[in-house]
Design a protein around this ligand. Structure first.
Ligand code: SF4
Length: 151
């Protein structure tokens, strides 16, 4: 995951990022998870560069999930709550039409859903334990491996 995807994810999670010299200020701090902190530390230079250059536009929130998508029950079976499952399923359904080539960990054969663990985290440059926030993040991951079947 690159700085762009991470920044989008953090903003979608309700966090604001600003630059103060060489420091990255993230508010509100109480919303930060351990996985987010690890990802921010790993990508701090890229985040600072992106914010300083003002190259990254604020992320658009994911669309209202609308009617239940066929992927939603599968995602709920993997432990996502209904809101997160609906949100991710809606994004997955809209992605093809929009030409979005990002994927989530729930579509990756390296993802151990029960433990929210990445089995290819070194290649992915991600924390080994992902949590729901990172696991549902649309991203272009260097370690991604397609599932045989995702439906
Ligand atoms: S390799 Fe990438 S997409 Fe696959 S589980 Fe790990 S972080 Fe997620």
């Amino acid at each position: 995951m690159g700085a762009f995807d991470l920044l989008q994810h953090l903003r979608t999670a309700g966090l604001a990022l600003t630059v103060d010299g060489d420091n990255l200020i993230v508010t509100p701090r109480e919303r930060l998870t351990d996985a987010m902190r690890s990802a921010i530390r790993a990508h701090k230079p890229g985040l600072l560069d992106a914010l300083k250059a003002n190259e990254i536009r604020p992320a658009a929130p994911l669309d209202d999930p609308g009617p239940k998508d066929p992927q939603q029950p599968r995602l709920m079976g993997l432990g996502l709550d209904s809101a997160k499952a609906a949100q991710l399923a809606a994004w997955m359904a809209s992605r093809t039409a929009e030409g979005d080539d990002r994927r989530s960990c729930f579509e990756c054969r390296h993802f151990k859903a029960g433990a929210r663990r990445c089995g290819n985290h070194k290649a992915a440059d991600m924390p080994q334990i992902l949590g729901d926030d990172l696991a549902t993040l649309p991203q272009r991951c260097a370690g991604f491996g397609r599932l045989e079947r995702t439906s």
